[in-house]
Design a protein around this ligand. Structure first.
Ligand SMILES: [Fe+2]
Length: 258
C-alpha cells in the first residue's frame, strides 16, 4: 500500500485534530508542541521497517495511529454495551493512550528508528524497505514512548502508563507481570489496557489484510511477487507546502520518491 502526499497531509491533520479535540489542559499544549516539533519526521514515518509487517510505507505510522484511535473508540463502546465498568478510565485516557501507544517507534530527539534500507539484497529478498538505525540505543517501543513523553514534560496518568506499556498484550512477554496475575488484586483495575490492545490488534490486522490478501488472490498467485518498495513507488505531482518543508535528509529522500 502507498499513500499520496495529500493522504499523508490529511492524516496528519486528523492526527493533530484528535489531540485538539480530546486532550485537555497544559498537556494539550505540550503534546501539540511536541508533535509539531517533529512533524517532518512523524508524518512520513512507516509503522514498521519490513513490508511483511503492517503499514511499512511512508505515512504508515500516522495512518495506523489514526486507525487505532477510531478502533479504540468503537471497542470502548462495545465493552461498555456489554457491561464493562466505564467509570474506571476516561475517554481522554483512551485517546491519549491510542495516540501515543507507538510513539517509541519515532526514535529519539536526534535519531530516527527507521531509515531507508541501503542493502539491495535485504530490500529485495527480505522486503526491508527500512532498517533500524544503529545510532539509536535499544529500548522497547513502550519504554521509549513513555520516556519521550516525560522528557518533553507531557504528563500521563497511571492508567495511560499501564495501557501504553501493555498495548501489545501477551504478544510481549514483558507484559506478563501486568496481564498474567492470578490474584484479583494484581489484575488491572480498569479494562483500558485490554481495549487499547484490541484496538491496536484490530488496526494492524486490517492493515495486513489490505496489504497482503490481494497478493494471495488467484490472479496474483500466478504472477511473480510484486511488493511495494520505495524504488517502484511512483512520484507524486502533488507535493504540498507542509510536506515540502521536510528538513530531514533521509526522510526528504523518501518523500522525493512518493
Ligand atoms: Fe500499534
Amino acid at each position: 500500500m502507498k499513500l499520496d502526499a495529500k493522504q499523508i497531509q490529511d492524516n496528519w491533520e486528523i492526527f493533530l485534530n484528535n489531540i485538539e479535540s480530546h486532550i485537555t489542559g497544559d498537556r494539550k499544549i505540550q503534546l501539540t508542541k511536541f508533535y509539531e516539533k517533529y512533524a517532518d519526521r512523524i508524518m512520513i514515518m512507516p509503522a514498521a521497517h519490513k513490508k511483511e509487517y503492517h503499514s511499512a510505507f511512508p505515512g504508515g505510522y500516522v495512518d495506523h495511529v489514526n486507525r487505532v484511535v477510531r478502533c479504540a473508540l468503537k471497542q470502548s463502546e462495545l465493552w461498555g454495551s456489554e457491561g464493562c465498568d466505564m467509570t474506571t478510565f476516561t475517554t481522554e485516557e483512551l485517546i491519549f493512550s491510542a495516540i501515543n501507544h507507538d510513539l517509541g517507534k519515532m526514535g529519539d530527539d536526534q535519531h530516527e528508528s527507521y531509515i531507508p534500507q541501503t542493502d539491495k539484497w535485504r530490500k529485495d529478498k527480505l522486503g526491508e524497505d527500512y532498517t533500524f538505525n544503529k545510532q539509536l540505543a535499544f529500548s522497547s517501543v513502550p519504554d521509549r514512548g513513555l520516556f519521550l513523553l516525560q522528557d518533553n514534560d507531557i504528563k500521563y496518568t497511571f492508567n495511560e502508563m499501564v495501557a501504553i506499556q501493555t498495548h501489545d498484550g501477551l504478544y510481549d512477554s514483558a507484559n506478563d507481570k501486568y496481564l498474567k496475575g492470578y490474584m484479583p488484586e494484581q489484575k488491572p483495575r480498569t479494562s483500558l489496557p485490554f481495549i487499547l490492545h484490541q484496538a491496536d490488534m484490530m488496526a494492524a490486522r486490517i492493515e495486513f489484510e489490505v496489504e497482503w490478501l490481494p497478493k494471495f488472490s488467484k490472479e496474483n498467485l500466478d504472477t511473480s511477487k510484486k511488493g511495494f518498495t520505495l524504488d517502484n513507488n511512483k512520484k507524486s505531482t502533488t507535493k504540498n507546502k507542509a510536506l515540502g518543508s521536510i528538513k530531514s535528509e533521509g526522510l526528504q529522500n523518501i518523500f522525493d520518491k512518493l
